[in-house]
Design a protein around this ligand. Structure first.
Ligand SMILES: CC(C)(COP(=O)(O)OP(=O)(O)OC[C@H]1O[C@@H](n2cnc3c(N)ncnc32)[C@H](O)[C@@H]1OP(=O)(O)O)[C@@H](O)C(=O)NCCC(=O)NCCS
Length: 178
């Protein structure tokens, strides 16, 4: 498996991988909102090209290969401070539980740290994301915009984090419509 930045021709396969990963059993044939969200984020000012990464199974020969997963971080804020918002994270169903999601997480967290970002926020299962260093936002006085999200709202501190980054977190605007 290789991890690389999203390329110019990857948008369609990313949409397909995201739609497959988030497909609801009760709503077959209906595209899950996460797939459109990635496209809307790409078209927004919150997009950070260096932090949209794909996992690829290399072709046996030559360039190309199959995209099996995708992760991205976009611009969010805690108070007035710029931070990263992680998600959606998607792995093709036939490649789940084989380490692809973990590889994408480690890669995007390392990339965000290398860019000098202060922290990464997300909504997700603490049982999964704890292994990547995520902790409840409340440990750092960082609150989600909706009080009910609190048990799933987590942050991962990066090297440039300072305790002055605290207050309410906000996702980029496309998340409000998703
Ligand atoms: C969540 C997701 C990204 C994980 O990716 P993955 O490639 O399957 O994850 P990994 O193989 O790196 O899994 C690492 C560990 O996570 C756990 N894990 C993975 N998927 C899980 C799931 N659906 N439920 C609970 N635990 C899970 C496993 O315990 C695994 O540990 P193990 O190797 O000891 O079994 C993937 O299952 C997915 O795309 N799910 C649908 C979309 C989604 O829910 N995205 C996340 C919310 S934004």
């Amino acid at each position: 498996m290789l991890i690389r930045r999203e390329g110019e021709t990857d948008a369609e396969v990313i949409r397909a991988v995201t739609a497959a990963a988030f497909a609801r059993p009760g709503a077959p044939g209906r595209a899950p909102p996460e797939a459109a969200l990635v496209d809307e984020l790409r078209a927004s000012g919150a997009w950070i090209p260096a932090l949209s990464l794909v996992a690829v199974e290399p072709a046996a020969t030559g360039p190309g290969g199959d995209v099996t997963g995708h992760v991205l971080c976009t611009r969010g804020h805690v108070g007035d401070a710029p931070v990263l918002a992680l998600g959606p994270l998607a792995v093709r169903p036939d490649r789940q539980r084989a380490g692809v999601g973990s590889a994408l997480m480690h890669a995007v967290l390392g990339a965000g740290d290398a860019l000098g970002e202060s922290l990464v926020a997300l909504l997700g299962d603490p049982g999964y994301y704890g292994r990547f260093g995520f902790r409840l936002g409340s440990e750092y006085q960082i609150a989600p915009p909706v009080a009910g999200w609190q048990p799933h709202f987590q942050v991962r501190l990066l090297t440039a984090y300072r305790p002055s980054v605290r207050g309410m977190f906000r996702y980029a605007e496309p998340f409000d419509r998703a």
